[in-house]
Design a protein around this ligand. Structure first.
Ligand code: SAH
Length: 386
């Protein structure tokens, strides 16, 4: 069916008010042509997801069948040859939704296993064609075998967060990234144990960004930054995360790299509590990593990057004299410019001398279309505190 749009949308991700021809986008999921003022402008599909109701697929000339997906995935894999061939790295993003020409789906590779994320139900309903298309593209591009495919159902109303789509998925999988090992748990909810978009930051830590530093890794999750920093010569690491299970998961990341973790510190604690505790104990750090979730709510407080990031920087300055502040956020509602302004304003308000040392954005396997600047979400600003 052809769906009328009010005007040519500025983003590939369609909004309810882009649609003129139908009342409720949810009742007509499937593949469509889109037209503006009677003129076909392209094809795509409807599917309700976070922040949108469907996707315009640029250059789509046919209904998405297995051959369509094979070609789409071959093109995406072709752009990642440098990673496919890198024997030191077995985990990376193979397909990045709109950035690779088809919004609503991402595919991550974890040394023999593929993780598909469905962002709406329509695309999940094409799983047969997508799996067939992917297996075909994979077989002609990789030397190793594809052992299993797992899906993360990232849309409302899904029966489960995670499900096996093909083959087998073991409890634990060990992947390599720039020569370091990371333990991942591919069947455990949406998250896998490592955020692949931070690869370049971990590489820099591994290569000595925090050499000789006492590192404080806040919002540490499985401690991936701590391990990379330790291998890169950090004097000590302290990992702090609210979730209790971060403790065994962090230990596991050290152990899989054959590092002695007995002297590394790990706290299951709220970050602000930890800062109070550290200030009281007069603890000091030379490198502090801040990587909070965009939004978090616990019993008493809410934290949002937009409103509260400055408090993290202010708290950090109480436990650091000189050193590195690694300020990271994946909040898509804050531009790089505004994030940097917030950091600099906070430091100036604190009368703190500083220099911006380095900036990391998304790595090449996470391309974002220029029409969707919000997809270029990662901002990591390394600040020297002087
Ligand atoms: N830096 C990590 C990813 C962080 S994910 C990495 O690169 O691997 C965000 C983490 O913040 C989650 O593990 C969550 O448990 C933790 N978290 C959320 N609110 C918190 C709080 N108030 N204090 C400490 N940790 C918190």
């Amino acid at each position: 069916m052809t769906i009328q749009l009010k005007k040519r949308p500025t983003s590939f991700l369609l909004q309810a008010n882009d649609l003129a021809g139908i009342k409720d986008s949810a009742d007509s999921a499937g593949w469509h042509e889109f037209s503006v003022a009677g003129k076909i402008i392209g094809a795509g599909y409807l599917g309700v997801q976070n922040k949108g109701v469907g996707w315009l697929i640029p250059n789509a000339q046919q209904k998405p069948d297995a051959t369509f997906f094979t070609n789409l995935f071959l093109e995406a894999i072709g752009k990642r040859k440098f990673l496919v061939r890198d024997a030191q790295t077995t985990a990376f993003r193979l397909f990045n939704g709109a950035g690779d020409g088809f919004g609503g789906l991402t595919i991550d590779y974890y040394g023999g296993y593929a993780v598909f994320s469905w962002y709406n139900e329509t695309i999940a309903n094409w799983k047969k064609e997508i799996i067939r298309g992917f297996k075909e593209a994979f077989a002609s591009s990789f030397r190793e075998e594809l052992v299993g495919i797992v899906a993360k159902n990232r849309y409302q109303g899904a029966a489960s967060e995670s499900e096996i789509l093909d083959g087998t998925i073991p409890e634990d999988v060990i992947v390599l990234e720039n020569g370091l090992k990371y333990h991942v748990h591919l069947q455990d909810g949406w998250m896998t144990g490592i955020f692949l978009d931070q690869r370049e930051v971990r590489k820099s830590l591994k290569e000595g960004l925090a050499k000789d530093c006492r590192v404080l890794n806040t919002f540490s999750y499985t401690g991936a930054f701590s391990v990379a920093a330790k291998v890169g010569g950090a004097k000590s690491t302290t990992s702090v995360d609210l979730a209790k299970r971060s403790l065994p998961l962090t230990k596991e990341q050290f152990e899989v790299n054959e590092l002695d973790d007995s002297k590394e510190k790990m706290y299951a604690m709220g970050v602000f509590h930890f800062f109070d505790y550290a200030a009281k104990k007069k603890l000091n750090y030379d490198c502090i990593i801040l990587d909070p979730p965009s939004f978090a709510r616990n019993k008493k407080q809410t934290f949002s990057v937009a409103k509260n990031y400055n408090e993290l920087i202010e708290a950090s300055l109480k436990v650091m004299k000189k050193g590195l502040l690694i300020c990271s956020t994946n909040a898509s509602n804050i531009s790089y410019g505004n994030f940097r302004k917030m950091i600099e304003t906070t430091l100036k308000d604190q009368k703190q001398a500083y220099a911006i040392q380095e900036v990391f954005r998304l790595p090449a396997d996470f391309p974002a279309p220029k029409e969707m600047p919000e997809e270029n979400y990662l901002k990591v600003v390394v600040v020297s505190i002087l």
